[in-house]
Design a protein around this ligand. Structure first.
Ligand code: DHB
Length: 392
């Protein structure tokens, strides 16, 4: 088999890239280890920056998002049992966010890609990426029915997440350096059949730990609370979950609405950046190159920003044989990646109560929370980074 761009992974990065390349007349094949059903059912975050919404719209995947997504003009930061609003729209030049679940984004992108003639090989496992420093890299993979195959490409896009083969293909130490931080906390996330408790997302600082009140639809709430990252879902009965959430979130006129919990999971908090994001003709994008802690919901948005840069660079290569943008991929993408890393770290350290935190740390956090909810300059920093920079 042969194609122009071999894409490993049908997550947001791989699917967006494939469609953007298609619109530039560039052919690609996506190889994905999971089934379509599994991808479309995996619950992840749900906050889209304006730039991500604009990109989805531009490539023709914005209809359902526009109809069913929820535009939020502000967020609440809650500490010492009181809500403080950050007016995103006013502070960030009219820019806002849209709440629309990541798996809905994936459903829309898979449907569109298949309708426009795209090739996605589901349940096919890439074993190795060969000859990335030559002119024809090859993806060695096993198909759904167990056949060994090879896909020869001009370029490979590694969009296969933190644990995929692509990042490992970039030799550690001699070429690749990973920058990382692991936080002593996880997020326990639930979906509950209950109407939203609040019109806007609430980021909660509490002595018992962080919590987040989010939403998915008029009848489904998405709620999170900080937990021990080694804890087990089985340790948390529904009653215990509601008691913990109420302890952190309810009070002073606000009460969380309860409903049947139909999904539970624990996610770790870590920051990773792999540099460079390119090795030969292999380009890493999204979680294959970096992960952020979830506070601020930057993961999907950073993936969209990477492939926006990559699609333009590949476009320039095929249109005018110019390699300048491809060579600049790492430095162009990393500027935004590190900004996203900083913001995700900033929101995480501002709002979480880590086990090793001292009383001084708590007082310092409260002073900073007062600052960001009373100083226009500090609130503007949060608002601008929360809604994200435009995709340039
Ligand atoms: C959601 C997730 C986030 O990480 C966040 O900061 C806000 C919202 C969500 O899943 O709704």
């Amino acid at each position: 088999m042969r194609t122009q761009v071999g894409i490993v992974g049908a997550g947001p990065a791989g699917l967006l890239l494939s469609q953007m390349l298609h619109l530039r007349g560039i052919e690609s094949v996506i190889i994905e280890s999971r089934s379509r059903e599994a991808i479309e059912a995996t619950i992840r975050a749900g906050v889209l920056e304006q730039g991500t919404v604009d990109l989805m719209t531009e490539i023709g995947a914005g209809d359902r998002l526009k109809r069913e997504g929820f535009v939020h003009h502000g967020i609440e930061i809650r500490y010492q049992n009181r809500n403080h609003r950050i007016n995103l729209q006013e502070l960030a030049n009219g820019r806002v966010i849209t709440v629309y679940a990541q798996h809905e984004v994936l459903k829309d992108l898979i449907k569109l890609r298949l309708e426009t003639g795209g090739q996605i090989l589901f349940e096919a496992k890439v074993e190795a990426v060969d000859e990335v420093t030559g002119t024809s890299p090859k993806l060695r993979f096993t198909t759904k029915d167990g056949k060994a195959q090879k896909l020869t490409c001009d370029f490979v896009a590694g969009c296969d997440g933190s644990y995929g083969v692509c990042r490992k293909t970039v030799p550690e130490d001699t070429v690749r350096k990973d920058y990382f931080r692991v936080y002593p906390a996880g997020w326990f996330g639930i979906l509950a059949k209950a109407p939203p408790s609040s019109d806007e997302l609430i980021y909660v600082h509490h002595e018992r730990g962080f919590a987040l009140v989010s939403t998915r639809s008029p009848s489904v709430q998405r709620l999170y609370f900080q937990c021990d990252p080694t804890d087990k879902v089985e340790n948390w009965s529904d009653d215990r979950i509601w008691a913990e959430l109420h302890a952190r979130v309810s009070g002073d006129g606000f009460r969380l609405k309860e409903g049947e919990i139909f999904q539970k999971g624990i996610i770790p908090l870590r920051s990773i950046v792999c540099e460079p994001m390119q090795h030969g003709r292999l380009f890493l994008a999204g979680d294959a190159a970096h992960s952020v802690p979830p506070t601020g919901a930057k993961g999907l948005n950073l993936a969209a920003a990477d492939v926006h840069v990559l699609a333009r660079a590949l476009g320039a290569h095929y249109a005018s044989n110019s390699s300048d943008l491809l060579e600049a991929y790492t430095s162009t993408a990393l500027r935004r990646v590190w900004r996203g890393q900083w913001f995700s770290w900033y929101m995480t350290q501002l709002l979480h109560r880590f086990p090793d935190a001292s009383d001084f740390d708590l007082k310092r956090q409260l002073a900073e929370l007062q600052l960001v909810t009373s100083s226009r300059a500090a609130a503007t920093t949060i608002a601008e980074n929360y809604v994200g920079m435009p995709l340039s």
